[in-house]
Ligand binder design. Structure first.
Ligand code: IPD
Ligand code: CA
Ligand code: CA
Length: 269
């Protein structure tokens, strides 16, 4: 996985340098970036298939493939944080996870610009380069930094995202939207962020991040408490102390916005 990510990183870093130049051109870098994305995925697929020909795959650009009845597969996002990449913002990553019999067993999230390789294996812990990772020890939302992914054009959001954001902003030390869900999860694993929530992500955005957070001792669920965040429609990750309070806050925001909070009907008259 690391070898595949390093190969893709070499081409992406070179292309990122080009993109920075293309910002001022009229045409803009969009086509260039989508071919960089495809080339990175191809490099990853070639490398992974060479070392594990029996694995299937689920990749953002090429979809599902590989041998029928494979017990294991790779779940890959060759470039997470495309909008950042496109705008020359150096915050994007390659995300690769290994799934066996339906469970995520290993994952890496690689940020080559900052030379940070986040990796984890089931039962072995989570690491950034050679440093062991632990989620943060903050126990109260008022000192917490919480990351999120905001809805954007063409992306459905959660039930009442703005109500959630509004409530969370007033209860925590800071909210951040950095634009790479894979890195958001890696940063929760590293104790940089205390929590993260987003709706509408895909398995390639979250599979590697899930095992990073879990192996770093954190909490990962769907926003409503469901236990299948990688294939469900939302994800909430946090340190073990703050997962539930953050989930309660989001539920409270939704109840209030939909008028189902205790006393909300009476208050409306
Ligand atoms: C996106 C990033 C972003 C999240 C989006 C994702 P992409 O992935 O993870 O942070 O908010 O929902 O689609 O398109 O850059 O691979
Ligand atoms: Ca992505
Ligand atoms: Ca992508």
């Amino acid at each position: 996985m690391v070898r595949a990510a390093e190969k893709a990183a070499r081409t992406l870093v070179r292309d990122f340098g080009e993109v920075e130049q293309l910002q001022v051109s009229k045409k803009g870098p969009a086509d260039f970036v989508s071919s960089a994305d495809l080339a990175a995925e191809k490099a990853i697929r070639t490398e992974l298939s060479k070392s594990r020909p029996d694995f299937g795959w689920l990749m953002e650009e090429s979809g599902k493939g590989g041998p029928a009845n494979a017990r294991s597969r790779w779940i890959v996002d060759p470039l997470d944080g495309t909008t950042n990449f496109l705008h020359g913002v150096p915050h994007w990553a390659i995300s690769i996870a290994a799934e066996t019999d339906g469970a995520i067993v290993a994952g890496i999230v690689y940020d080559p610009v900052k030379n940070e390789l986040f990796w984890a294996e089931r039962g072995q812990g989570a690491f950034m380069n050679s440093t062991r990772l632990r989620v943060s020890g903050r126990r109260s939302l008022e000192v917490a930094m919480i990351a999120t992914g905001m809805p954007f054009k063409g992306r459905a959001s959660g039930p009442n995202y703005t109500a959630e954001l509004d409530l969370v902003m007033g209860e925590v030390a800071g909210v951040r939207r950095f634009g790479s869900a894979a890195l958001d999860l890696a940063y929760v694993a590293a104790g940089r962020f205390d929590g993260f929530w987003e709706y509408g992500l895909s398995p390639w955005d979250t599979a590697a991040g899930l095992i990073l957070v879990t192996e770093a001792g954190g909490f990962v669920r769907e926003v409503g408490g469901g236990t299948n965040p990688v294939f469900g429609s939302s994800i909430l990750a946090a340190n073990a102390e703050l997962g539930r309070p953050l989930g309660d806050l989001l539920r409270r925001a939704n109840d209030k916005a939909s008028g189902s909070a205790p006393g909300a009907k009476a208050a409306r008259g």
